[in-house]
Design a protein around this ligand. Sequence first.
Ligand code: GLA
Length: 393
Amino acid sequence: MADLQALKNAFIEIYGESSASISAFHAPGRVNLIGEHTDYNGGYVFPAALTFGTTMLIRPRQDRIIGFASTNLELRKQISIDDLSYREADDWINYPKGIVVHLAKEGSPVTKGYDLLFHGEIPNGAGLSSSASIEVVTAYGLLTLEGHPTDTVKIALLAQKTENQFVGVNCGIMDQFAVANGKKDHAILLMCDTLEYSHVPFKSGSYKLVIGNTNKRRGLVDSAYNERRSQCELAVTYLQQQYPGITLLGQLNLEQFNASKHLIPDETVRRRAQHVIEEIDRVLKSIEVLKANDLEAFGKLMIGSHDSLRDLYEVTGAELDAMVEAALKVPGVLGARMTGAGFGGCTVSLVHEDSVQTFIDQVGIEYTEKTGLTPSFYVCDIGNGVEQIGEAL
Ligand code: GLA
């Protein structure tokens, strides 16, 4: 967690003293444990909030200007509430700006200006949801200071809308939902079609979740993400011949899908759909085996997920595959897979606590040999979703 005193000093250095007090909020990053590329298909996901994320300090102003600054990104701006359109040159500021715009659209406009200082601990572009984290912390902080209710499911939906409509990234609901609704030591089982969810205790005993960042940047907008989405939509149109009522792949179970997949004429599209259906099934199996404390079985499901994302959905790429392959060679590793959208970004592995250092050393060496890139590792604990962490600083 960030050092609030140091952040307060930085805030005053940027914005100066004022009689109004400063409040602090935090939203985490997220790691998805299993259930990849299922959210926009109305399926299950199983993400968890990290203990690190984005801290935001906020102080009201007397005018209608919003100040945007960050401790780790150079660009700073002061923009009138009445002039908040998307501008490419505004870079990271488009995320909090988009939240202000969408709060107004949803009937909770900010009524005065604020100075904002963000402190981000999530590596950008690594697939750990740094953008969802900044969106959700902005919405939660502004709603709190404006005296509005802070319904974290509504905040997740607002943040997703901002990402889709203002930033222009066609993501599903998983990232914003996990960041807004995480709970310490729990993963979230979320049904993305209905948004029904439950917090499932993640008891990993002597095993640790280790995130490996390939340090190969992943660009969601430029990637094949949208193409995968369209292929899934196309699969639905074929399957509707047998199931006219369905609108999303996740509305079919494995048995129904296997009985109707011959209706999808295109082999690639069929493979994409097969991944989605089987991945949803893997999430449900994960919940069962975790309830029985069978971490080995969960590890196998993680491996199955990666294999499917590599062979059927084709979103892994050389770097993620090299890292997972190296991870699975280390004794004491139960499972490993890519996490997030793919095409770079991060892996997540379940590693015995006595093997963590060997894991980091061995995977680091083998990965660099294969790819020429230097990875980073984070041994992660599961933290809370968005929350207020300081008042009247
Ligand atoms: C990205 C998107 C999510 C989800 C994952 C893949 O993280 O933002 O909505 O689709 O990819 O599971």
